[in-house]
Design a protein around this ligand. Structure first.
Ligand code: GAR
Length: 192
């Protein structure tokens, strides 16, 4: 039986779209739900356009966790994917989806991670530090920002004339190339 995936996204949602398209094409699992904390998140429109149910929960509902967990259970969600989701995950959800919830971070953790480090802020910090390389980290999720066990990392160069935008574009290409495939491997390896 195909597994059900939920994607949590706060922003533009280009990763969410890449993941939905990947599984719609492959049929190895199904993205059943996209959840957000921002009513204006591009992820909502992208999900809608691809025929995936999308819902927004308030900050209080996310902090509590119960309404979100109820929604995930009602949709038979087996695996949760964070793709640019910016709130802390409540303990209730971390426990309910232990080793079944992953995040992607646009740097080589533990460098340039933690609260407030997301999107272009990460790339600005990488450039300010004069790093020669950056990359992405895919890791299991816990209650802390960007801290759960690392699953894999992929690297790319930082070029001398990079801006946060050019670096972000290179990192996004890495994300689209690897995140859906890594999610697929994890989902197909879930115990019955
Ligand atoms: C992605 O680059 C993702 O790695 C990052 O937010 C971006 C979302 O882009 N996540 C974090 O920074 C988490 N700390 P998207 O909305 O276009 O998928």
């Amino acid at each position: 039986m195909a597994r059900n995936i939920a994607i949590l996204a706060s922003g533009n949602g280009t990763n969410a779209e890449a993941i939905i398209r990947y599984f719609q094409e492959r049929g190895t699992a199904r993205v059943a739900l996209v959840l957000t904390n921002r009513p204006t998140a591009g992820a909502l429109q992208r999900a809608d356009a691809l025929g995936v149910e999308a819902r927004c929960f308030t900050r209080d509902e996310w902090a509590d966790g119960q309404p979100v967990e109820d929604c995930l259970r009602a949709h038979g969600v087996d695996f949760v994917v964070l793709a640019g989701f910016l709130l802390r995950i409540p303990s209730r959800l971390v426990q309910a989806y232990e080793r079944r919830m992953v995040n992607i971070h646009p740097s080589l953790l533990p460098k340039f991670g933690g609260k407030g480090m997301y999107g272009d802020r990460v790339h600005e910090a990488v450039l300010a530090a004069g790093e020669a390389e950056s990359g992405i980290t895919i890791h299991f999720t816990d209650e802390h920002y960007d801290e759960g066990a690392v699953i894999c990392q992929y690297r790319c160069p930082v070029l001398p004339d990079d801006t946060p935008e050019t670096l972000a574009a290179r990192i996004h290409r890495l994300e689209y190339a690897h995140y859906p495939r890594v999610i697929e491997e994890l989902v197909l390896a879930l115990p019955d």
